[in-house]
Ligand binder design. Structure first.
Ligand SMILES: N[C@@H](CCC(=O)N[C@@H](CS)C(=O)NCC(=O)O)C(=O)O
Length: 217
């Protein structure tokens, strides 16, 4: 398989962790988002949305897109270890937690939104940084609201084994800690689970700052 990704990308991180958990290999092809390579014609031929990740399985078909859809594909093709619980209610909860990060929080901090804020809305760096930190922590607080009070929460977001929700939570916390300097004191359950995830090699070795070409800032 081939994974089109970028070291800094939180959505690529999600796919990297899932591949690691499943024991699957993919050759990662870097699309440099800092140089705008996601909108180059050769990449738009891979993913017309101009975003990473895109996963090209070995089946000769077109690339798969959207990290959550890719995670579910990997889970269906390689069911062990499962990324979703067996019961419909549990699956709904894990998908819901995942989507708070991947569908509500993360889109607001992507390069295309940041550059629109800068170029079209004329927001300076301080204002843009406030925006990034604000929406990142708001998503984590929303997840915390569930994790802290629901009895399904265990060592991980849902029970005692990692699921898709933990992958999405970890991506959101990485944004908070590594990129946007968020104060995470009000999301203790999320942080406890994040730290548990990071003790697992599949999560730790996928970290953006451990990828080739990563530049801490
Ligand atoms: N919802 C998509 C998000 C994809 C996305 O926005 N990826 C970012 C990197 S994490 C990207 O490629 N952004 C390019 C841009 O905003 O120009 C997913 O989960 O796959």
């Amino acid at each position: 398989m081939k994974l089109y990704g970028f070291w800094r990308s939180l959505a690529s991180y999600r796919v990297r962790v899932a591949l690691n958990l499943k024991g699957l290999q993919a050759e990662e092809i870097s699309i440099d988002l800092l140089k705008g390579k996601q909108t180059a014609p050769d990449y738009l031929a891979v993913n017309p949305q101009g975003v990473v990740p895109a996963l090209v399985p070995d089946d000769g078909g077109p690339p798969l897109f959207q990290s959550i859809a890719i995670l579910e594909y990997l889970d269906e093709m390689r069911p062990e270890p499962p990324l979703l619980p067996k019961d419909p209610r549990g699956r709904a909860r894990v998908r819901g937690l995942s989507l708070i990060a991947a569908a509500d929080g993360h889109p607001l901090i992507t390069p295309r939104v940041r550059s629109y804020l800068e170029r079209e809305m004329k927001q300076d760096e301080t204002a843009r940084n406030r925006w990034l930190a604000h929406w990142t922590i708001r998503a984590l607080e929303a997840i915390e609201g569930h994790l802290a009070r629901e009895r399904e929460t265990g060592r991980f977001c849902h029970g005692n084994t990692p699921t898709m929700a933990d992958i999405c939570l970890a991506s959101q916390v990485i944004g908070a800690l590594a990129y946007f300097n968020c104060d995470t004191k009000d999301v203790p359950t999320a942080m406890r689970i994040y730290n548990t995830c990071m003790d697992i090699e599949a999560f730790a070795k996928a970290h953006p700052l451990k990828q080739p070409g990563a530049r801490p800032h």
